[in-house]
Write a protein that binds this ligand. Structure first.
Ligand SMILES: Nc1nc2c(c(=O)[nH]1)N[C@H]1C(S)=C(S)[C@@H](COP(=O)(O)O)O[C@H]1N2
Ligand SMILES: [Mo]
Length: 322
Protein backbone atom coordinates (compact mmCIF):
# COMPACT_ATOMS: atom_id res chain seq x y z
CA UNK A 1 0.00 0.00 0.00
CA UNK A 2 1.10 3.54 -0.60
CA UNK A 3 0.98 4.48 3.06
CA UNK A 4 2.84 1.47 4.33
CA UNK A 5 5.69 1.79 1.85
CA UNK A 6 5.76 5.56 2.10
CA UNK A 7 6.46 5.38 5.83
CA UNK A 8 9.86 3.80 5.38
CA UNK A 9 10.99 6.36 2.83
CA UNK A 10 9.49 9.24 4.84
CA UNK A 11 11.84 8.52 7.69
CA UNK A 12 14.72 8.52 5.28
CA UNK A 13 13.51 11.67 3.52
CA UNK A 14 13.13 13.60 6.76
CA UNK A 15 16.68 12.67 7.71
CA UNK A 16 18.31 13.75 4.52
CA UNK A 17 16.17 16.56 3.11
CA UNK A 18 15.80 20.12 4.37
CA UNK A 19 12.42 20.54 6.04
CA UNK A 20 10.93 22.80 3.37
CA UNK A 21 11.65 20.33 0.61
CA UNK A 22 10.45 17.52 2.81
CA UNK A 23 7.15 19.30 3.43
CA UNK A 24 6.74 19.98 -0.26
CA UNK A 25 7.37 16.33 -0.97
CA UNK A 26 4.79 15.32 1.62
CA UNK A 27 2.32 17.61 -0.14
CA UNK A 28 3.17 15.95 -3.44
CA UNK A 29 2.69 12.54 -1.96
CA UNK A 30 -0.71 13.55 -0.63
CA UNK A 31 -1.50 15.04 -4.01
CA UNK A 32 -0.51 11.76 -5.55
CA UNK A 33 -2.82 9.85 -3.22
CA UNK A 34 -5.66 12.24 -4.05
CA UNK A 35 -4.89 11.95 -7.74
CA UNK A 36 -4.94 8.20 -7.62
CA UNK A 37 -8.10 8.22 -5.49
CA UNK A 38 -6.78 5.74 -2.99
CA UNK A 39 -9.46 4.83 -0.51
CA UNK A 40 -9.67 1.07 -0.35
CA UNK A 41 -6.53 -1.01 -0.69
CA UNK A 42 -7.12 -3.88 -3.06
CA UNK A 43 -4.09 -6.09 -3.47
CA UNK A 44 -2.49 -6.33 -6.87
CA UNK A 45 -3.67 -9.93 -6.90
CA UNK A 46 -7.25 -8.71 -6.65
CA UNK A 47 -6.73 -6.10 -9.33
CA UNK A 48 -5.08 -8.58 -11.60
CA UNK A 49 -6.90 -11.81 -10.94
CA UNK A 50 -9.27 -12.95 -13.63
CA UNK A 51 -12.18 -12.42 -11.24
CA UNK A 52 -11.07 -8.93 -10.19
CA UNK A 53 -11.07 -8.79 -13.99
CA UNK A 54 -8.72 -7.06 -16.32
CA UNK A 55 -10.88 -4.17 -17.39
CA UNK A 56 -9.50 -4.00 -20.89
CA UNK A 57 -10.34 -1.62 -23.69
CA UNK A 58 -8.93 -1.95 -27.20
CA UNK A 59 -5.80 0.17 -27.54
CA UNK A 60 -4.64 2.40 -30.36
CA UNK A 61 -2.20 -0.08 -31.89
CA UNK A 62 -3.11 -3.40 -33.41
CA UNK A 63 -2.28 -5.72 -36.30
CA UNK A 64 -4.26 -8.35 -38.15
CA UNK A 65 -1.23 -10.63 -38.50
CA UNK A 66 -1.67 -14.13 -37.11
CA UNK A 67 -1.10 -14.13 -33.35
CA UNK A 68 1.48 -16.36 -31.75
CA UNK A 69 -0.37 -19.14 -29.92
CA UNK A 70 -0.52 -18.54 -26.16
CA UNK A 71 1.18 -21.90 -25.57
CA UNK A 72 4.25 -20.82 -27.57
CA UNK A 73 4.38 -17.29 -26.14
CA UNK A 74 4.32 -18.73 -22.62
CA UNK A 75 6.68 -21.66 -23.09
CA UNK A 76 9.44 -20.34 -25.39
CA UNK A 77 10.99 -17.47 -23.42
CA UNK A 78 14.15 -15.60 -22.62
CA UNK A 79 14.31 -14.77 -18.90
CA UNK A 80 17.86 -15.53 -17.78
CA UNK A 81 16.93 -15.12 -14.11
CA UNK A 82 15.29 -18.52 -14.51
CA UNK A 83 17.90 -20.15 -16.76
CA UNK A 84 19.36 -19.67 -20.21
CA UNK A 85 17.29 -22.34 -21.97
CA UNK A 86 14.12 -21.25 -23.78
CA UNK A 87 12.08 -23.74 -21.76
CA UNK A 88 13.68 -22.88 -18.39
CA UNK A 89 11.51 -19.86 -17.48
CA UNK A 90 8.25 -21.81 -17.89
CA UNK A 91 9.73 -24.63 -15.79
CA UNK A 92 11.39 -22.65 -13.00
CA UNK A 93 9.32 -19.46 -12.63
CA UNK A 94 6.10 -21.10 -11.45
CA UNK A 95 6.62 -20.40 -7.72
CA UNK A 96 7.96 -16.90 -8.24
CA UNK A 97 6.13 -14.51 -5.84
CA UNK A 98 4.72 -11.45 -7.58
CA UNK A 99 2.41 -10.24 -4.80
CA UNK A 100 3.04 -8.13 -2.81
CA UNK A 101 5.11 -6.11 -5.28
CA UNK A 102 6.39 -2.57 -5.18
CA UNK A 103 8.28 -0.31 -7.54
CA UNK A 104 10.80 2.31 -6.48
CA UNK A 105 10.71 5.57 -8.44
CA UNK A 106 13.86 7.62 -8.01
CA UNK A 107 16.15 10.22 -9.51
CA UNK A 108 15.35 13.39 -11.42
CA UNK A 109 11.65 13.81 -10.65
CA UNK A 110 9.54 15.82 -8.18
CA UNK A 111 7.79 12.79 -6.78
CA UNK A 112 9.87 9.80 -5.81
CA UNK A 113 9.48 6.89 -3.42
CA UNK A 114 8.44 3.30 -3.23
CA UNK A 115 4.95 2.56 -4.43
CA UNK A 116 2.87 -0.57 -4.16
CA UNK A 117 2.00 -2.06 -7.52
CA UNK A 118 -1.68 -1.36 -6.98
CA UNK A 119 -0.92 2.36 -6.61
CA UNK A 120 1.21 2.27 -9.74
CA UNK A 121 -1.65 0.69 -11.69
CA UNK A 122 -4.69 2.35 -10.20
CA UNK A 123 -5.27 5.41 -12.42
CA UNK A 124 -4.40 3.63 -15.65
CA UNK A 125 -7.01 2.06 -17.89
CA UNK A 126 -5.69 -1.23 -19.19
CA UNK A 127 -5.60 -1.57 -22.95
CA UNK A 128 -5.01 -4.41 -25.32
CA UNK A 129 -2.18 -3.67 -27.74
CA UNK A 130 -1.34 -6.27 -30.34
CA UNK A 131 2.38 -5.86 -30.99
CA UNK A 132 5.10 -7.65 -32.86
CA UNK A 133 8.12 -8.39 -30.69
CA UNK A 134 11.36 -9.42 -32.38
CA UNK A 135 14.09 -11.14 -30.48
CA UNK A 136 17.70 -10.38 -31.36
CA UNK A 137 18.06 -14.13 -31.98
CA UNK A 138 15.90 -13.67 -35.13
CA UNK A 139 12.56 -15.06 -34.02
CA UNK A 140 9.46 -12.96 -33.62
CA UNK A 141 5.98 -13.13 -32.18
CA UNK A 142 2.67 -11.27 -32.37
CA UNK A 143 1.19 -10.89 -28.90
CA UNK A 144 -1.94 -9.20 -27.54
CA UNK A 145 -0.42 -7.42 -24.53
CA UNK A 146 -2.53 -5.93 -21.77
CA UNK A 147 -0.98 -2.79 -20.39
CA UNK A 148 -0.87 0.98 -20.31
CA UNK A 149 1.22 3.83 -21.63
CA UNK A 150 4.65 4.04 -19.96
CA UNK A 151 4.69 7.79 -20.65
CA UNK A 152 1.41 8.29 -18.79
CA UNK A 153 2.92 6.61 -15.75
CA UNK A 154 6.22 8.50 -15.90
CA UNK A 155 4.46 11.87 -16.14
CA UNK A 156 2.74 11.27 -12.79
CA UNK A 157 6.14 11.55 -11.08
CA UNK A 158 6.93 14.87 -12.82
CA UNK A 159 10.39 14.21 -14.21
CA UNK A 160 12.49 17.41 -14.25
CA UNK A 161 14.62 18.86 -17.05
CA UNK A 162 17.60 16.70 -16.07
CA UNK A 163 15.61 13.53 -16.71
CA UNK A 164 17.13 12.72 -20.10
CA UNK A 165 17.04 8.94 -19.65
CA UNK A 166 15.02 6.36 -17.76
CA UNK A 167 16.71 3.32 -16.22
CA UNK A 168 14.86 0.13 -15.28
CA UNK A 169 15.83 -2.70 -12.96
CA UNK A 170 14.54 -6.26 -12.51
CA UNK A 171 14.18 -7.84 -9.07
CA UNK A 172 17.41 -9.29 -7.66
CA UNK A 173 16.53 -12.31 -5.54
CA UNK A 174 18.78 -15.33 -6.15
CA UNK A 175 16.70 -17.37 -3.69
CA UNK A 176 13.75 -17.13 -6.02
CA UNK A 177 15.61 -16.68 -9.28
CA UNK A 178 17.99 -19.61 -9.72
CA UNK A 179 19.60 -18.10 -12.82
CA UNK A 180 20.97 -15.28 -10.66
CA UNK A 181 23.16 -17.80 -8.84
CA UNK A 182 25.38 -18.01 -11.91
CA UNK A 183 27.23 -15.12 -13.50
CA UNK A 184 25.78 -15.47 -17.02
CA UNK A 185 24.89 -11.77 -16.73
CA UNK A 186 25.65 -9.11 -14.14
CA UNK A 187 22.61 -8.97 -11.82
CA UNK A 188 20.21 -7.34 -11.49
CA UNK A 189 19.16 -7.15 -15.13
CA UNK A 190 19.11 -3.48 -16.13
CA UNK A 191 17.79 -1.62 -19.15
CA UNK A 192 17.29 1.95 -20.24
CA UNK A 193 15.57 4.25 -22.67
CA UNK A 194 16.09 7.83 -23.74
CA UNK A 195 13.24 9.88 -22.21
CA UNK A 196 11.61 10.57 -25.59
CA UNK A 197 11.63 6.83 -26.36
CA UNK A 198 10.09 6.13 -22.96
CA UNK A 199 7.43 8.81 -23.53
CA UNK A 200 6.58 7.52 -27.02
CA UNK A 201 2.96 6.30 -27.21
CA UNK A 202 4.09 2.86 -28.41
CA UNK A 203 6.04 2.17 -25.20
CA UNK A 204 3.93 0.36 -22.64
CA UNK A 205 4.15 -1.42 -19.35
CA UNK A 206 2.36 -4.76 -19.57
CA UNK A 207 0.62 -6.61 -16.77
CA UNK A 208 -1.09 -9.20 -18.92
CA UNK A 209 -1.35 -10.89 -22.27
CA UNK A 210 -4.15 -12.68 -24.14
CA UNK A 211 -6.62 -11.11 -21.71
CA UNK A 212 -4.99 -12.74 -18.70
CA UNK A 213 -2.48 -11.80 -16.04
CA UNK A 214 1.11 -12.20 -17.27
CA UNK A 215 2.55 -15.65 -16.66
CA UNK A 216 5.62 -15.41 -14.44
CA UNK A 217 7.88 -16.51 -17.29
CA UNK A 218 6.71 -13.54 -19.36
CA UNK A 219 7.78 -10.99 -16.75
CA UNK A 220 5.03 -10.79 -14.14
CA UNK A 221 3.85 -8.66 -12.57
CA UNK A 222 5.09 -5.67 -14.57
CA UNK A 223 7.27 -5.56 -17.67
CA UNK A 224 8.25 -3.14 -20.37
CA UNK A 225 7.31 -3.56 -24.05
CA UNK A 226 9.17 -1.44 -26.61
CA UNK A 227 8.08 -3.05 -29.89
CA UNK A 228 10.51 -1.32 -32.28
CA UNK A 229 13.55 -2.55 -30.33
CA UNK A 230 15.02 -6.04 -29.95
CA UNK A 231 13.25 -8.08 -27.30
CA UNK A 232 15.97 -7.76 -24.66
CA UNK A 233 15.07 -4.08 -24.14
CA UNK A 234 11.66 -5.23 -22.87
CA UNK A 235 12.80 -5.80 -19.29
CA UNK A 236 10.73 -8.12 -17.08
CA UNK A 237 9.61 -8.08 -13.43
CA UNK A 238 10.50 -4.41 -12.87
CA UNK A 239 11.21 -3.15 -9.32
CA UNK A 240 12.91 0.15 -10.05
CA UNK A 241 12.48 3.10 -12.41
CA UNK A 242 15.12 5.80 -12.18
CA UNK A 243 15.21 9.16 -14.00
CA UNK A 244 18.73 10.32 -14.80
CA UNK A 245 20.75 12.77 -16.87
CA UNK A 246 23.29 10.32 -18.32
CA UNK A 247 22.78 7.24 -20.49
CA UNK A 248 22.26 4.26 -18.17
CA UNK A 249 24.16 0.99 -18.50
CA UNK A 250 22.24 -1.96 -19.96
CA UNK A 251 22.77 -5.65 -19.20
CA UNK A 252 23.48 -6.90 -22.70
CA UNK A 253 25.68 -3.94 -23.58
CA UNK A 254 27.76 -4.65 -20.45
CA UNK A 255 27.95 -8.35 -21.33
CA UNK A 256 28.91 -7.89 -25.01
CA UNK A 257 29.36 -4.25 -26.04
CA UNK A 258 30.37 -5.07 -29.62
CA UNK A 259 27.17 -7.07 -30.13
CA UNK A 260 24.56 -5.04 -28.24
CA UNK A 261 24.36 -1.27 -28.11
CA UNK A 262 22.21 1.05 -26.03
CA UNK A 263 19.62 1.71 -28.75
CA UNK A 264 19.09 -1.82 -30.09
CA UNK A 265 16.48 -0.72 -32.58
CA UNK A 266 15.34 -3.53 -34.86
CA UNK A 267 17.35 -2.88 -38.02
CA UNK A 268 17.61 -5.41 -40.86
CA UNK A 269 20.51 -3.40 -42.35
CA UNK A 270 22.84 -3.82 -39.37
CA UNK A 271 23.90 -7.41 -38.81
CA UNK A 272 24.73 -8.86 -35.45
CA UNK A 273 28.50 -9.63 -35.62
CA UNK A 274 27.66 -13.35 -35.52
CA UNK A 275 24.48 -13.50 -37.65
CA UNK A 276 22.31 -11.59 -40.08
CA UNK A 277 19.37 -9.54 -38.85
CA UNK A 278 17.74 -9.36 -42.30
CA UNK A 279 15.18 -12.10 -41.69
CA UNK A 280 13.21 -13.64 -38.86
CA UNK A 281 11.17 -16.72 -37.99
CA UNK A 282 7.68 -15.90 -36.84
CA UNK A 283 6.20 -18.09 -34.14
CA UNK A 284 2.69 -18.18 -35.53
CA UNK A 285 1.30 -21.63 -35.07
CA UNK A 286 2.09 -25.23 -34.32
CA UNK A 287 4.75 -25.76 -31.72
CA UNK A 288 7.59 -23.31 -31.38
CA UNK A 289 9.85 -26.09 -32.55
CA UNK A 290 7.99 -26.71 -35.80
CA UNK A 291 7.96 -22.96 -36.35
CA UNK A 292 11.73 -23.13 -36.48
CA UNK A 293 11.42 -24.89 -39.81
CA UNK A 294 9.13 -22.27 -41.27
CA UNK A 295 10.17 -20.03 -44.09
CA UNK A 296 11.82 -16.87 -42.82
CA UNK A 297 10.25 -13.51 -43.41
CA UNK A 298 11.97 -10.17 -44.01
CA UNK A 299 12.63 -8.14 -40.90
CA UNK A 300 11.17 -4.64 -41.16
CA UNK A 301 13.02 -1.46 -40.20
CA UNK A 302 12.09 -0.62 -36.58
CA UNK A 303 10.17 -3.91 -36.59
CA UNK A 304 7.53 -2.34 -38.86
CA UNK A 305 6.98 0.70 -36.64
CA UNK A 306 9.16 3.09 -38.68
CA UNK A 307 6.28 5.45 -39.47
CA UNK A 308 5.77 5.94 -35.74
CA UNK A 309 9.32 6.09 -34.43
CA UNK A 310 11.83 6.89 -37.21
CA UNK A 311 11.65 10.61 -36.36
CA UNK A 312 13.13 9.88 -32.92
CA UNK A 313 16.43 9.08 -34.64
CA UNK A 314 16.68 11.83 -37.26
CA UNK A 315 20.31 12.69 -37.93
CA UNK A 316 21.70 9.72 -36.01
CA UNK A 317 24.02 7.20 -37.66
CA UNK A 318 22.18 3.99 -36.76
CA UNK A 319 25.17 1.87 -37.86
CA UNK A 320 27.28 3.44 -35.13
CA UNK A 321 24.49 3.92 -32.61
CA UNK A 322 23.18 0.34 -32.86
N1 LIG B 1 14.80 -9.39 -16.58
C1 LIG B 1 14.87 -9.89 -17.81
N2 LIG B 1 14.12 -9.34 -18.79
C2 LIG B 1 14.18 -9.84 -20.05
C3 LIG B 1 15.06 -10.90 -20.37
C4 LIG B 1 15.84 -11.46 -19.31
O1 LIG B 1 16.64 -12.40 -19.48
N3 LIG B 1 15.71 -10.93 -18.05
N4 LIG B 1 15.14 -11.38 -21.67
C5 LIG B 1 14.76 -10.43 -22.72
C6 LIG B 1 14.72 -11.03 -24.05
S1 LIG B 1 16.21 -11.44 -24.74
C7 LIG B 1 13.55 -11.19 -24.75
S2 LIG B 1 13.54 -11.71 -26.36
C8 LIG B 1 12.24 -10.90 -24.11
C9 LIG B 1 11.36 -12.12 -24.21
O2 LIG B 1 10.08 -11.84 -23.73
P1 LIG B 1 8.98 -13.01 -23.71
O3 LIG B 1 9.55 -14.16 -22.96
O4 LIG B 1 7.77 -12.44 -23.08
O5 LIG B 1 8.74 -13.38 -25.14
O6 LIG B 1 12.36 -10.58 -22.73
C10 LIG B 1 13.44 -9.71 -22.42
N5 LIG B 1 13.39 -9.29 -21.03
MO1 LIG C 1 15.82 -11.65 -27.08
Amino acid sequence: MLIRYQKASDTLASEITPEAIYKKRRALIHGFAALTGITAFPTSAAILSNKGQLNIKPGPYTTNETQTPYEDASSYNNFYEFGTGKRDPASYAQDFRTDPWSVEISGEADLTGRFALEDILKPHALEERIYRLRCVEAWSMVIPWVGFSLGDLLKRFRPNSKAKYVAFETLHDPKQMPGQRSPVLEWPYVEGLRIDEAMHPLSILAVGMYGKVLPNQNGAPLRLIVPWKYGFKSIKSIVKIHFQETQPPTSWNKAAPKEYGFYSNVNPLVDHPRWSQAKERRLDGGSALSSLFQKKRETQMFNGYAEDVASLYTGMDLRKLY
